[in-house]
Ligand binder design. Structure first.
Ligand SMILES: Nc1ncnc2c1ncn2[C@@H]1O[C@H](COP(=O)(O)OP(=O)(O)OP(=O)(O)O)[C@@H](O)[C@H]1O
Length: 534
């Protein structure tokens, strides 16, 4: 090649030198040769070589190349039409089933905080455990939400979209009571879900520990605490049939009560999580526990301080005791029904509620209740599900309000007559309305006497429904875990973002081009001089 240059190209530039320069400098001289062109000897000293037509052409080409480079850099980094992936989780709870659709950018499977809830659908009817005597209906009940999901997820993504069903305390209880019935419900549900166009990954009962731990993952993932290695938030979940508490405590290394430990390695950080699920201490089952206690003394009628004055309803024993949480407490010779009336007295309600807890037995260094170990509370807490439904209805989500004032507010609410409550809240389900006084009292008792939140630490609780548009609950954490979307190690990131890299390369190309031209000027001048001398 150098030979070619010496033979053909160099003679085209006789103005540079009569004897060809060494081959290594030929390449460097070439642009100068072409750009400068052979000036007439007379003008050699005066005329600015940069004004020659070839120089202008070369400059224009240089500018075009630079503009092209910049255009390539800009096009390379323009926001592309984003492609998304999807995942669907059905939360088959004790009181109802809900479907959640999650969405994340297709190329960012492993990135942090990018999975978001796209849509949720509340299945009409009760939880799947209520279909024990007609399992087919459990499957049918899911159809409407599954149809909705088909519309929300783009058709071409259907076959690759994983679909999971996780059942919680309602099915845990049914499984304890009648495992054959629980299997049949799962069979029916599985059949229905297999017919969907999604990639069905199975239905199973989550353990209480999983429910607590995945709720904690969800809260901390959505808050970007895991990826950034920040202090984590504890998770408080109050369902219909069970309740979970999960948090990281410096005091807990799993040696005391190891059954409460869950270990995670997420984004390069190790977490030793304390978690406990109390079966039968969800809001609905706790109400049963309380009524079961109250009906012991007088089976025909219960005067309930947790119901509003004027509340008066006949209830069936068969319904009240239809749960393994209370079935062994049914009073001997109990009538078919009992009269449930209200007196609306919070202090007495608190005393009745306390009866469902055992605060005395504890074989560990410290306990929450029922002999369950609990390390000292630490850090902020997110409280969701029924914690939020109840406190938001009662206007008690502001935890900066002193606990004493919260209690006074609840006292006034409970003392309000039932007729007034119904009149003031025409749009609220009567079942919920009848329970807010009890639920509020239960939540305060559970938090303060059960989990040992004090007047100070109570203000560390945040009652939440959603975080950045996604519902707080176990479902997102469950899906992130099953799809391996949270890496154990922090992902290696390139030292520069792509846009930065392209910009730096472009700038360097321009600078090198300019430096090259300038560095060749003396060379060019020397050759011109040589020509003059000759
Ligand atoms: N708007 C509301 N007001 C009051 N209570 C509500 C409201 N919506 C739901 N609930 C009740 O809150 C409780 C918790 O609901 P959630 O859906 O979280 O529980 P679940 O998943 O059915 O229960 P579990 O997790 O124990 O299986 C249930 O008792 C439910 O009936």
């Amino acid at each position: 090649m150098q030979d070619l240059l010496t033979r053909f190209l160099f003679p085209m530039c006789p103005h540079l030198s009569l004897s060809p320069p060494p081959p290594a400098t030929l390449w460097l001289l070439l642009p100068v040769c072409l750009s400068v062109g052979p000036p007439p000897l007379s003008e050699m000293k005066e005329k600015n070589p940069w004004h020659s037509p070839v120089a202008i052409i070369i400059t224009v080409i240089g500018v075009i190349v630079i503009v092209a480079l910049v255009i390539v850099a800009v096009l390379q980094n323009r926001p592309l039409a984003q492609k998304y992936k999807y995942g669907i989780v059905l939360d088959a709870g004790s009181s109802h089933t809900a479907l959640y659709i999650y969405e994340w950018p297709a190329e960012k499977d492993n990135n942090t905080g990018r999975v978001e809830q796209k849509h949720s659908c509340k299945v009409i009817g009760p939880g799947i455990s209520s279909y024990a005597s007609a399992p087919q209906k459990a499957g049918e009940s899911l159809k409407a939400c599954m149809k909705e999901a088909e519309q929300w997820v783009p058709v071409k993504r259907h076959p690759e979209t994983p679909l999971y069903l996780g059942a919680t305390a309602g099915m845990r209880l049914l499984n304890i009571e009648n495992s054959a019935a629980s299997d049949k419900v799962f069979e029916a549900v599985g059949e229905a879900l297999q017919k969907s166009p999604f990639s069905y990954q199975g239905a199973r009962i989550l353990s209480g520990q999983e429910e607590g731990a995945f709720g904690w993952v969800t809260v901390n993932y959505l808050d970007d605490r895991l990826s950034q290695g920040l202090e984590t938030t504890g998770a408080l979940d109050l369902g219909g049939a069970s309740t979970q508490i999960s948090f990281v405590s410096d005091q807990y290394d799993g040696s005391e009560s190891p059954s409460n430990a869950v270990n995670f390695r997420l984004y390069g950080n190790d977490y030793e999580l304390y978690t406990h699920s109390f079966l039968c201490y969800g809001k609905d089952q706790a109400q049963r526990l309380k009524l079961a206690h109250q009906t012991q003394s007088g089976p025909n009628a219960v005067e309930d301080p947790c119901q509003h004055p004027g509340y008066n309803t006949t209830k069936k024993y068969s319904v009240l005791y239809d749960s393994p949480c209370v079935s062994n407490r049914k009073p001997q010779g109990a009538p078919a029904t009992f009269l449930h009336t209200g007196t609306g007295n919070v202090k007495q309600c608190q005393d009745v509620v306390k009866n469902i807890f055992n605060f005395t037995d504890c074989k560990y260094s410290q306990c929450s209740f029922n002999g369950v170990y609990q390390p000292s509370l630490q850090g902020p807490f997110g409280a969701f599900s029924a914690y939020y439904f109840v406190t938001s209805f009662l206007n008690l989500t502001d935890t900066s309000v002193p606990l004493e004032d919260v209690r006074k507010k609840l006292e006034r609410y409970c003392a309000t007559s039932w007729s007034q409550i119904v009149q003031e809240h025409p749009g609220v389900k009567e079942k919920y309305l009848a329970e807010y006084c009890f639920s509020g009292t239960y939540i305060l008792t559970l938090l303060t006497e059960g989990y040992n939140f004090t007047s100070e630490s109570y203000s560390n609780i945040n009652f939440i429904k959603k975080i950045k548009g996604s519902d707080a609950g176990w479902t997102l954490g469950y899906m992130l875990n099953l799809t391996n979307m949270i890496p154990a190690e922090a992902p290696d990131s390139p030292p520069l973002p792509h846009a930065g890299y392209v910009s730096i390369v472009s700038i360097c190309a321009v600078v090198i081009f300019i430096l090259l031209l300038f560095s060749l000027r003396p060379l060019w001048a020397r050759h011109c001089k040589k020509q003059q001398i000759v």
